[in-house]
Design a protein around this ligand. Structure first.
Ligand code: GLU
Length: 358
Protein backbone atom coordinates (compact mmCIF):
# COMPACT_ATOMS: atom_id res chain seq x y z
CA UNK A 1 0.00 0.00 0.00
CA UNK A 2 2.77 2.37 1.10
CA UNK A 3 4.83 1.35 -1.97
CA UNK A 4 1.82 2.00 -4.22
CA UNK A 5 1.35 5.51 -2.75
CA UNK A 6 5.04 6.29 -3.21
CA UNK A 7 4.78 5.21 -6.84
CA UNK A 8 1.82 7.53 -7.42
CA UNK A 9 3.61 10.43 -5.68
CA UNK A 10 6.69 10.08 -7.85
CA UNK A 11 4.59 10.01 -11.03
CA UNK A 12 2.79 13.15 -9.82
CA UNK A 13 6.07 14.92 -8.97
CA UNK A 14 7.57 14.01 -12.36
CA UNK A 15 4.45 15.39 -14.08
CA UNK A 16 4.68 18.65 -12.07
CA UNK A 17 8.40 18.95 -12.97
CA UNK A 18 7.65 18.40 -16.67
CA UNK A 19 4.89 21.03 -16.60
CA UNK A 20 7.23 23.49 -14.83
CA UNK A 21 9.98 22.98 -17.42
CA UNK A 22 7.52 23.41 -20.31
CA UNK A 23 5.97 26.52 -18.78
CA UNK A 24 9.33 28.10 -18.04
CA UNK A 25 10.46 27.38 -21.64
CA UNK A 26 7.30 28.95 -23.06
CA UNK A 27 7.62 31.84 -20.59
CA UNK A 28 11.21 32.35 -21.83
CA UNK A 29 9.97 32.31 -25.42
CA UNK A 30 7.11 34.71 -24.72
CA UNK A 31 9.34 37.10 -22.76
CA UNK A 32 12.19 37.29 -25.28
CA UNK A 33 10.54 36.42 -28.62
CA UNK A 34 13.51 34.07 -29.09
CA UNK A 35 13.50 30.30 -29.60
CA UNK A 36 14.02 28.33 -26.35
CA UNK A 37 17.39 26.88 -25.23
CA UNK A 38 16.18 23.44 -26.29
CA UNK A 39 15.14 24.71 -29.73
CA UNK A 40 18.52 26.41 -30.31
CA UNK A 41 20.40 23.30 -29.12
CA UNK A 42 18.44 20.83 -31.22
CA UNK A 43 18.52 22.98 -34.40
CA UNK A 44 22.29 23.38 -34.01
CA UNK A 45 22.93 19.68 -33.28
CA UNK A 46 20.79 18.64 -36.24
CA UNK A 47 22.69 20.97 -38.60
CA UNK A 48 26.01 19.71 -37.24
CA UNK A 49 25.23 15.97 -37.46
CA UNK A 50 23.66 16.25 -40.91
CA UNK A 51 26.66 18.06 -42.39
CA UNK A 52 29.66 16.77 -40.46
CA UNK A 53 30.51 14.06 -42.97
CA UNK A 54 29.93 16.18 -46.11
CA UNK A 55 33.12 16.31 -48.17
CA UNK A 56 31.97 18.44 -51.14
CA UNK A 57 33.90 21.56 -52.08
CA UNK A 58 37.56 22.51 -52.11
CA UNK A 59 39.72 24.79 -49.95
CA UNK A 60 40.63 28.13 -51.55
CA UNK A 61 44.14 27.81 -52.95
CA UNK A 62 44.81 31.16 -54.64
CA UNK A 63 46.12 32.19 -51.20
CA UNK A 64 48.62 29.31 -50.69
CA UNK A 65 48.28 29.16 -46.87
CA UNK A 66 44.50 28.56 -47.12
CA UNK A 67 45.06 25.37 -49.14
CA UNK A 68 46.88 23.88 -46.13
CA UNK A 69 44.02 24.27 -43.62
CA UNK A 70 42.49 20.93 -42.49
CA UNK A 71 39.37 20.53 -44.69
CA UNK A 72 37.62 18.40 -42.06
CA UNK A 73 37.32 21.24 -39.52
CA UNK A 74 33.70 22.17 -38.78
CA UNK A 75 32.21 24.37 -36.10
CA UNK A 76 28.97 26.26 -35.45
CA UNK A 77 28.15 28.99 -32.91
CA UNK A 78 24.98 30.93 -32.18
CA UNK A 79 24.84 34.08 -30.07
CA UNK A 80 21.53 35.64 -29.10
CA UNK A 81 20.84 39.35 -28.63
CA UNK A 82 20.63 38.68 -24.89
CA UNK A 83 24.12 37.17 -24.85
CA UNK A 84 23.43 33.41 -24.76
CA UNK A 85 25.99 31.27 -26.60
CA UNK A 86 25.40 27.83 -28.13
CA UNK A 87 28.25 26.08 -29.93
CA UNK A 88 29.32 22.72 -31.31
CA UNK A 89 32.35 21.22 -33.11
CA UNK A 90 35.66 23.01 -33.73
CA UNK A 91 34.47 26.20 -32.06
CA UNK A 92 37.86 27.35 -30.73
CA UNK A 93 39.77 26.78 -33.95
CA UNK A 94 41.14 30.09 -35.28
CA UNK A 95 40.88 30.78 -39.01
CA UNK A 96 41.29 33.90 -41.17
CA UNK A 97 38.26 36.16 -41.33
CA UNK A 98 38.88 37.14 -44.99
CA UNK A 99 35.88 38.86 -46.61
CA UNK A 100 33.73 38.57 -43.49
CA UNK A 101 35.73 41.58 -42.23
CA UNK A 102 34.35 43.74 -45.05
CA UNK A 103 30.84 44.65 -43.77
CA UNK A 104 32.23 45.48 -40.32
CA UNK A 105 34.81 47.91 -41.69
CA UNK A 106 32.12 49.32 -44.01
CA UNK A 107 30.00 49.91 -40.89
CA UNK A 108 32.88 51.90 -39.41
CA UNK A 109 33.21 54.00 -42.56
CA UNK A 110 29.42 54.61 -42.57
CA UNK A 111 29.69 55.80 -38.97
CA UNK A 112 32.53 58.16 -39.92
CA UNK A 113 31.23 59.65 -43.18
CA UNK A 114 27.48 58.98 -42.92
CA UNK A 115 25.42 56.32 -44.68
CA UNK A 116 24.51 58.57 -47.65
CA UNK A 117 28.09 59.59 -48.39
CA UNK A 118 29.26 55.98 -48.20
CA UNK A 119 26.59 55.00 -50.73
CA UNK A 120 27.52 57.88 -53.07
CA UNK A 121 31.23 57.12 -52.82
CA UNK A 122 31.35 53.30 -52.90
CA UNK A 123 27.91 52.15 -54.10
CA UNK A 124 25.58 49.52 -52.64
CA UNK A 125 24.54 47.45 -55.65
CA UNK A 126 25.52 43.90 -56.54
CA UNK A 127 28.08 43.87 -59.37
CA UNK A 128 26.99 40.50 -60.82
CA UNK A 129 30.68 39.77 -61.34
CA UNK A 130 33.31 37.99 -59.22
CA UNK A 131 34.53 39.63 -55.99
CA UNK A 132 37.90 40.58 -57.48
CA UNK A 133 36.63 41.69 -60.91
CA UNK A 134 38.44 44.51 -62.66
CA UNK A 135 35.82 44.46 -65.42
CA UNK A 136 33.18 45.42 -62.82
CA UNK A 137 35.18 48.55 -61.91
CA UNK A 138 35.38 49.62 -65.57
CA UNK A 139 31.70 48.88 -66.21
CA UNK A 140 30.56 50.83 -63.15
CA UNK A 141 32.75 53.74 -64.20
CA UNK A 142 31.28 53.75 -67.73
CA UNK A 143 27.78 53.75 -66.25
CA UNK A 144 28.72 56.69 -64.04
CA UNK A 145 28.21 54.59 -60.91
CA UNK A 146 30.78 54.52 -58.10
CA UNK A 147 33.55 52.34 -59.71
CA UNK A 148 33.78 50.13 -56.60
CA UNK A 149 30.24 48.66 -56.86
CA UNK A 150 29.73 48.00 -53.15
CA UNK A 151 31.88 47.69 -50.02
CA UNK A 152 31.83 43.86 -50.03
CA UNK A 153 33.72 43.22 -53.28
CA UNK A 154 37.49 43.66 -53.14
CA UNK A 155 37.43 47.05 -54.90
CA UNK A 156 34.88 48.41 -52.43
CA UNK A 157 36.60 46.87 -49.42
CA UNK A 158 40.06 48.22 -50.34
CA UNK A 159 38.48 51.65 -50.92
CA UNK A 160 36.61 51.36 -47.59
CA UNK A 161 39.92 50.93 -45.77
CA UNK A 162 41.52 53.72 -47.85
CA UNK A 163 38.73 56.16 -46.93
CA UNK A 164 38.88 55.70 -43.16
CA UNK A 165 40.10 58.78 -41.32
CA UNK A 166 43.76 58.10 -40.48
CA UNK A 167 46.93 60.18 -40.53
CA UNK A 168 49.23 57.25 -41.35
CA UNK A 169 49.37 53.47 -41.89
CA UNK A 170 49.51 52.65 -38.15
CA UNK A 171 46.48 54.81 -37.40
CA UNK A 172 44.60 53.19 -40.31
CA UNK A 173 45.41 49.71 -39.02
CA UNK A 174 44.43 50.64 -35.46
CA UNK A 175 41.11 51.96 -36.70
CA UNK A 176 40.41 48.65 -38.49
CA UNK A 177 41.53 46.24 -35.77
CA UNK A 178 39.95 48.19 -32.90
CA UNK A 179 36.65 48.22 -34.75
CA UNK A 180 36.73 44.48 -35.57
CA UNK A 181 37.69 43.75 -31.94
CA UNK A 182 34.80 45.86 -30.62
CA UNK A 183 32.40 43.86 -32.81
CA UNK A 184 33.91 40.56 -31.57
CA UNK A 185 34.07 41.67 -27.92
CA UNK A 186 37.74 40.75 -27.48
CA UNK A 187 41.15 41.85 -28.83
CA UNK A 188 41.70 40.20 -32.20
CA UNK A 189 45.07 39.87 -33.96
CA UNK A 190 46.55 38.92 -37.33
CA UNK A 191 47.49 35.38 -38.37
CA UNK A 192 51.00 36.26 -39.63
CA UNK A 193 51.34 33.16 -41.81
CA UNK A 194 48.15 33.95 -43.73
CA UNK A 195 49.12 37.64 -44.00
CA UNK A 196 52.55 36.78 -45.43
CA UNK A 197 51.08 34.26 -47.88
CA UNK A 198 48.41 36.72 -49.07
CA UNK A 199 50.75 39.73 -49.24
CA UNK A 200 53.18 37.76 -51.43
CA UNK A 201 50.49 36.75 -53.92
CA UNK A 202 47.93 39.60 -54.05
CA UNK A 203 49.00 41.05 -57.41
CA UNK A 204 45.42 41.34 -58.63
CA UNK A 205 44.36 43.32 -55.56
CA UNK A 206 47.36 45.59 -56.17
CA UNK A 207 46.04 46.38 -59.67
CA UNK A 208 42.60 47.09 -58.20
CA UNK A 209 44.05 49.51 -55.62
CA UNK A 210 46.06 51.35 -58.29
CA UNK A 211 43.05 51.57 -60.62
CA UNK A 212 40.93 52.99 -57.78
CA UNK A 213 43.62 55.59 -57.13
CA UNK A 214 43.49 56.54 -60.84
CA UNK A 215 39.71 56.95 -60.50
CA UNK A 216 40.23 59.07 -57.36
CA UNK A 217 38.28 56.74 -55.07
CA UNK A 218 41.24 56.26 -52.71
CA UNK A 219 42.39 59.65 -51.38
CA UNK A 220 45.81 58.60 -50.00
CA UNK A 221 48.33 55.87 -50.79
CA UNK A 222 46.83 52.84 -52.60
CA UNK A 223 49.69 50.67 -51.30
CA UNK A 224 48.83 51.63 -47.71
CA UNK A 225 45.11 50.90 -48.27
CA UNK A 226 45.98 47.53 -49.82
CA UNK A 227 48.35 46.52 -47.02
CA UNK A 228 45.85 47.39 -44.27
CA UNK A 229 43.11 45.57 -46.24
CA UNK A 230 45.34 42.47 -46.53
CA UNK A 231 46.04 42.51 -42.79
CA UNK A 232 42.32 42.93 -42.14
CA UNK A 233 41.57 39.78 -44.19
CA UNK A 234 44.23 37.86 -42.21
CA UNK A 235 42.71 38.58 -38.79
CA UNK A 236 42.26 35.31 -36.87
CA UNK A 237 38.79 34.56 -35.49
CA UNK A 238 36.83 31.55 -34.31
CA UNK A 239 33.13 30.89 -34.90
CA UNK A 240 32.20 32.37 -31.51
CA UNK A 241 33.91 35.64 -32.49
CA UNK A 242 31.98 35.71 -35.76
CA UNK A 243 28.72 35.01 -33.94
CA UNK A 244 29.47 37.92 -31.58
CA UNK A 245 30.20 40.21 -34.54
CA UNK A 246 26.93 39.23 -36.18
CA UNK A 247 24.97 39.48 -32.94
CA UNK A 248 26.25 43.05 -32.54
CA UNK A 249 24.47 43.85 -35.80
CA UNK A 250 21.43 41.81 -34.67
CA UNK A 251 21.01 44.09 -31.62
CA UNK A 252 21.23 47.26 -33.74
CA UNK A 253 24.89 47.92 -32.94
CA UNK A 254 25.54 47.00 -29.29
CA UNK A 255 27.75 44.01 -28.49
CA UNK A 256 25.63 41.64 -26.35
CA UNK A 257 28.71 40.30 -24.53
CA UNK A 258 30.40 43.58 -23.59
CA UNK A 259 27.36 45.89 -23.59
CA UNK A 260 29.38 48.41 -25.63
CA UNK A 261 27.77 50.30 -28.50
CA UNK A 262 29.88 49.81 -31.62
CA UNK A 263 27.66 51.43 -34.29
CA UNK A 264 24.25 53.10 -34.35
CA UNK A 265 21.03 51.20 -35.19
CA UNK A 266 20.91 53.13 -38.49
CA UNK A 267 24.42 52.01 -39.48
CA UNK A 268 23.66 48.41 -38.39
CA UNK A 269 20.54 48.38 -40.60
CA UNK A 270 22.41 49.71 -43.65
CA UNK A 271 25.22 47.19 -43.09
CA UNK A 272 22.72 44.30 -42.99
CA UNK A 273 21.12 45.58 -46.21
CA UNK A 274 24.46 45.41 -48.05
CA UNK A 275 25.05 41.92 -46.65
CA UNK A 276 21.66 40.84 -48.02
CA UNK A 277 22.50 42.25 -51.47
CA UNK A 278 26.11 41.13 -51.83
CA UNK A 279 27.15 38.91 -48.89
CA UNK A 280 27.58 35.59 -50.70
CA UNK A 281 29.36 36.69 -53.87
CA UNK A 282 27.38 35.91 -57.07
CA UNK A 283 25.09 33.58 -55.10
CA UNK A 284 23.72 36.38 -52.91
CA UNK A 285 20.34 36.37 -54.70
CA UNK A 286 19.96 32.59 -54.34
CA UNK A 287 20.87 32.85 -50.65
CA UNK A 288 18.32 35.61 -50.01
CA UNK A 289 15.69 33.59 -51.89
CA UNK A 290 16.42 30.28 -50.15
CA UNK A 291 17.42 31.34 -46.66
CA UNK A 292 16.24 34.94 -46.32
CA UNK A 293 18.79 36.34 -43.86
CA UNK A 294 21.66 38.80 -44.35
CA UNK A 295 25.01 37.01 -44.26
CA UNK A 296 28.66 37.33 -45.23
CA UNK A 297 31.06 34.61 -46.27
CA UNK A 298 34.84 34.52 -46.60
CA UNK A 299 37.25 32.33 -48.60
CA UNK A 300 38.67 31.03 -45.30
CA UNK A 301 35.45 28.96 -44.95
CA UNK A 302 33.54 31.09 -42.44
CA UNK A 303 30.03 32.51 -42.83
CA UNK A 304 28.07 34.67 -40.40
CA UNK A 305 24.30 35.17 -40.77
CA UNK A 306 22.14 37.59 -38.82
CA UNK A 307 18.49 37.34 -37.80
CA UNK A 308 17.85 40.99 -36.85
CA UNK A 309 16.55 41.48 -33.34
CA UNK A 310 17.15 37.82 -32.44
CA UNK A 311 20.49 36.11 -32.98
CA UNK A 312 23.49 35.52 -35.23
CA UNK A 313 24.73 32.14 -36.37
CA UNK A 314 28.27 31.51 -37.59
CA UNK A 315 29.81 28.41 -39.12
CA UNK A 316 33.27 27.40 -40.31
CA UNK A 317 34.30 24.62 -42.72
CA UNK A 318 37.11 25.32 -45.24
CA UNK A 319 35.94 23.60 -48.49
CA UNK A 320 34.18 26.09 -50.82
CA UNK A 321 31.75 25.75 -53.71
CA UNK A 322 32.27 27.29 -57.16
CA UNK A 323 31.05 30.72 -55.99
CA UNK A 324 33.57 30.73 -53.10
CA UNK A 325 31.13 30.00 -50.24
CA UNK A 326 31.78 27.25 -47.67
CA UNK A 327 29.59 24.25 -48.55
CA UNK A 328 29.00 22.97 -45.00
CA UNK A 329 28.69 26.45 -43.47
CA UNK A 330 25.94 27.36 -45.94
CA UNK A 331 24.06 24.12 -45.36
CA UNK A 332 24.36 24.29 -41.58
CA UNK A 333 23.18 27.90 -41.40
CA UNK A 334 20.31 27.25 -43.80
CA UNK A 335 19.15 24.28 -41.71
CA UNK A 336 19.30 26.25 -38.43
CA UNK A 337 17.53 29.30 -39.83
CA UNK A 338 14.78 27.10 -41.31
CA UNK A 339 14.33 25.07 -38.10
CA UNK A 340 14.09 28.23 -36.01
CA UNK A 341 11.93 30.17 -38.47
CA UNK A 342 14.49 32.96 -38.94
CA UNK A 343 13.77 33.97 -42.57
CA UNK A 344 13.16 37.74 -42.31
CA UNK A 345 10.65 37.65 -45.18
CA UNK A 346 8.43 34.96 -43.64
CA UNK A 347 5.33 36.23 -41.93
CA UNK A 348 3.07 33.82 -40.02
CA UNK A 349 -0.30 33.39 -41.70
CA UNK A 350 -2.92 35.55 -39.99
CA UNK A 351 -6.21 33.97 -38.95
CA UNK A 352 -8.92 34.83 -41.50
CA UNK A 353 -10.53 38.13 -40.54
CA UNK A 354 -14.20 37.79 -39.55
CA UNK A 355 -16.48 40.11 -41.49
CA UNK A 356 -17.65 42.77 -39.05
CA UNK A 357 -21.44 42.99 -38.61
CA UNK A 358 -22.99 45.99 -40.39
N1 GLU B 1 41.63 38.46 -48.85
C1 GLU B 1 40.84 37.87 -49.88
C2 GLU B 1 41.13 38.56 -51.21
O1 GLU B 1 41.30 39.74 -51.22
C3 GLU B 1 39.40 37.98 -49.50
C4 GLU B 1 38.53 37.19 -50.41
C5 GLU B 1 37.25 36.71 -49.81
O2 GLU B 1 37.17 36.21 -48.70
O3 GLU B 1 36.26 36.86 -50.55
O4 GLU B 1 41.22 37.95 -52.22
Amino acid sequence: MLAGNQGRWSVLLAAIAAITITTSASAQKAATGLPTDAEFQSAMQRAYSANKAVTEGKNADYIPALAKVDPKLFGIAILTVDGKVYSVGDTDHAFSIQSISKPFTAARLMSEMGVQKMEDKLGVNATGLPFNSIEAIERNKQQEEPPTGNPLVNAGAIATVGNLKAANADARWNSVINNLSAFAGRNLSVDQQIYKSEAETNTRNRSIADLLKAYEVIPGSPAEALDVYTRQCSVAVNVKDLAAMGATLATGGTNPLTGKTVVSPDVAAHTLAVMMTAGLYEDSGTWAYDVGVPAKSGVGGGIVAVVPGKYAVAAFAPPLDEAGNSVRSQRAIESIVKDLGGNVFHVAKRPAARPSPR
